[in-house]
Design a protein around this ligand. Structure first.
Ligand code: PLP
Length: 348
């Protein structure tokens, strides 16, 4: 059966590498949103915990419930019904507007999501005072504040502008926690690219690593090279082998025509499993360089091979480039139905 292999040693290596940038691996929050970027949230959570990770970030409460046993704290990025939020000491909700602050139930643990120019969502610098007033009035448990960088992977000054705004808001938040006699807050701002850019200047309490923990980096080469290893590989199993005569066609639309007698096999992965579709005109190839023949079907593809198993990819960078997209998209599109198997280096 088609399956995904998850390389525990690669994952551990990436977490330790990122942790070394922060000086302490327990300052690293692992981002497990969207089924752990397609890797399988339930498989990845215990691996992260085994590496000493204490905090995770997820998209919603349904993801949080799947993994909260493995961590001390879980940050939930999007709560679409704040008034119905589950109050639990492990669950922290990102709160991105004054309106939402009026809705979360009393005692609920929240992090203020601060808008530092990304203009997607978040509380503005000018609204912080008002936010604290609502928090105190409504007896919410404010535990942290964070922001998100929109260009940490680019050669632009915007990163520094955002960082400066966040540094200023941190000071404001510190004054306000003292004024209202609230416990000190945990601050975090850096995503993968911003973590990789650290040069002894890490000044937050935590950082949030998504894509780099899975082994990918989108920083241009000007920033240097980084020691990351892809965690996921996709494998397909042979369905059957066919012997073609010159002129025989393969698949929908007959877009592949054998130019000689050849032996091919079909394998059990297709675009229905979340793989980007090979359209028969501009196809790419598998890890071993076997070109996909013709149009990919929903549940299978054909290549010139008779192997029992084929590695479709163990590094999605090539496919991302081919489809003019980013590694994040290739990974998160993978079907949650694909079976996942964790591999450990055999100890000699
Ligand atoms: C997705 C996300 C991250 C992780 O980003 P990467 O670039 O994958 O490291 C961090 N913080 C927030 C708020 C996110 O939404």
């Amino acid at each position: 059966m088609a399956h995904i292999l998850l390389d525990f040693d690669a994952y551990k290596h990436n977490l330790e590498y990122l942790g070394s940038k922060l000086g302490d691996i327990s300052k690293l929050m692992v981002v497990l949103k969207d089924n752990a970027y397609g890797h399988g949230i339930k498989k990845i959570a215990p691996l992260a915990a085994a590496c000493g990770i204490k905090r995770a970030v997820v998209k919603n409460i349904s993801e949080a419930k799947k993994i909260m046993d493995f961590f001390d704290k879980v940050l939930i990025l999007i709560e679409s019904s704040p008034s119905k939020a589950l109050v639990h000491e492990k669950l922290i909700y990102a709160c991105d507007s004054l309106e939402a602050l009026e809705l979360f139930p009393p005692q609920c643990y929240i992090d203020l999501k601060l808008d530092t120019n990304m203009h997607r969502h978040g509380i503005l610098k000018e609204q912080i005072q008002q936010a604290f007033e609502i928090i105190v009035k409504r007896r919410l448990n404010l535990v942290g504040a964070f922001t998100h960088f929109y260009s940490a992977d680019m050669l632009r000054s915007d990163f520094f502008v955002q960082k400066k705004i966040f540094d200023e808001t941190k000071i404001t938040c510190k004054h306000l926690t003292q004024k209202y006699n609230l416990p000190p807050l945990c601050f975090h701002s850096r995503n993968s690219s911003a973590i990789l850019r650290i040069q002894d200047d890490f000044d937050d309490d935590f950082a949030r690593a998504g894509i780099a923990s899975y082994g990918y980096c989108d920083l241009p080469s000007e920033f240097g090279t980084f020691d990351l290893k892809p965690v996921l590989s996709l494998w397909a199993k042979k369905i059957c082998t066919k012997h073609l005569k010159k002129g025989d066609v393969v698949g929908y639309g007959a877009s592949f025509i054998a130019n000689e007698d050849m032996t091919i096999s079909s394998y059990d992965v297709g675009y229905g499993d979340g793989l980007f579709r090979q359209n028969g005109i501009n196809n790419t190839s598998t890890k071993q360089g076997l070109e996909f023949l013709g149009k990919m079907s929903m549940d299978c593809f054909s290549v010139k091979s008779t192997e029992e198993y084929i590695c479709v990819f163990d590094d999605v960078s090539k496919m991302a480039k081919h489809f003019n997209t980013i590694s994040y998209e290739i990974l998160t599109k993978l079907s949650p139905y694909l079976k996942k198997i964790v591999t450990y280096q055999t100890k000699s």
